[in-house]
Design a protein around this ligand. Structure first.
Ligand SMILES: NC(=O)C1=CN([C@@H]2O[C@H](COP(=O)(O)OP(=O)(O)OC[C@H]3O[C@@H](n4cnc5c(N)ncnc54)[C@H](OP(=O)(O)O)[C@@H]3O)[C@@H](O)[C@H]2O)C=CC1
Ligand SMILES: O=C(CO)COP(=O)(O)O
Length: 330
């Protein structure tokens, strides 16, 4: 049995806790809301996300005490949305993670105050070698994990042993897990696919159809490829499921937060009202600002990201921006 500290109380933390605990591991689960912890302790269910899952209370230990959750863990899994994770990490002492087997980020977003990947922030703040870091990636929605639908995850880490070890913790009847060595590329791609799905949602909300979405997604693969070659050049096959699969599920799934959020923007909702109505976090809203700002230096041709940025941060009307974008797609 491994001991895992899970940070985050949303859908993905809930789904990962299900997989890890049902595989016989102990999960010390940090959630920010006291009421949610009390409900979990009392009933074994998370009241607000994937509440059908019943947790084994001999293996899952919910708490609001961050240090307590992390203290004895072999592994740390990060599943707080990127926009809110830095203040959580900053509560931990700089040496708190030194003796962990690994710190694995399940987050698909960037630290907004610094425009850096979550694993880069963790490495710098806790002075960890890259070999202690990993990401959980792949086309996998928490809602389908709750329903035990066949799913695939990729664990990216420069350290093959870490990636293989964490795959072992995740594999079960309905989850296949495979290791990969491209940490940065997988993490950047997971950030960017949210921007693409959000833009696809905007187009959908404006009345564009499947023909347009297919062209948008094809162009997105090229846009992601150009960006990855500029920021983290190394050979990689973007048709692998950790890249293309992740983009496709977010662009097309009924469960996608980013697509749903974009669709509301396309239908005329303000950012605030879309966020309030969703009650979940669309990472693409924050990611588009980070990627746009990073690209000021890189100057990669990124028409889809630029369109999303102009709509969400420059308040250009979605219909006007999509008219401009549609002339740039091939
Ligand atoms: N959902 C999925 O299928 C997948 C998600 N991911 C990634 O996992 C990460 C977590 O997302 P997910 O679990 O989906 O989140 P959800 O959208 O399901 O839930 C939102 C989470 O964000 C927290 N939150 C909201 N506002 C704040 C705030 N102001 N400060 C601190 N926390 C806040 C909520 O806490 P509270 O409940 O206390 O309000 C809740 O835990 C993201 O990076 C996402 O991209 C990756 C793969 C799959
Ligand atoms: O990253 C995710 C699934 O892989 C979750 O984001 P979406 O809900 O927008 O798809």
């Amino acid at each position: 049995m491994e001991k895992i500290a899970m940070l985050g109380g949303g859908s993905w933390a809930t789904a990962l806790t299900k997989i890890l605990s049902e595989n016989g591991n102990r999960v010390d689960w940090w959630l920010r809301a006291k009421d949610d912890v009390q409900h979990l302790l009392r009933t074994g269910h998370n009241p607000r996300y994937l509440s059908s899952i019943l947790f084994d209370r001999q293996l899952v230990f919910p708490t609001t005490d961050l240090s307590d959750a992390v203290a004895e863990a072999d592994w740390l899994v990060l599943a707080v949305p990127a926009a809110f994770v830095q203040p959580v990490l900053d509560k931990l002492g700089r040496d708190a993670l030194r003796h962990k087997a690994g710190v694995v980020s399940a987050i698909k977003g960037m630290i907004p105050t610094r425009n850096v990947l979550v694993t880069d922030y963790v490495q710098e703040r806790f002075r960890l070698p890259a070999a202690k870091l990993g990401v959980i990636a792949g086309p996998c929605h928490a809602e389908e994990v709750a329903l035990e639908k066949q799913s695939y995850l990729t664990i990216g880490s420069p350290e093959a042993g870490l990636a293989r070890g964490f795959c072992e913790l995740l594999r079960c009847r309905y989850v296949q897990a495979h290791p990969a060595q491209d940490l940065d590329g997988i993490e950047y791609c997971a950030v960017m696919k949210n921007i693409i799905a959000l833009t696809g949602g905007i187009a959908h909300g404006l009345g564009y159809g499947d023909n347009f979405l297919a062209v948008l997604v094809s162009n997105a693969v090229q846009e992601i490829g150009r960006f990855l070659r500029a920021i983290s050049p190394q050979p990689r096959d973007l048709s692998a499921s950790a890249y293309l699969g992740d983009l496709l599920v977010t662009a097309y799934s009924q469960f996608s937060r980013n697509r749903t959020f974009g669709s509301m923007i396309g239908r005329g909702y303000s950012v605030k009202s879309a966020q309030l109505e969703m009650n979940m976090v669309a990472e693409g809203y924050y990611a588009v600002k980070s990627i746009h700002e990073l690209n000021r230096q890189l100057k990669v041709n990124m028409p889809i990201t630029t369109a999303a940025y102009n709509i969400l941060y420059e308040r250009i009307a979605p219909a006007v921006e999509l008219e401009i974008l549609k002339e740039k797609l091939r």
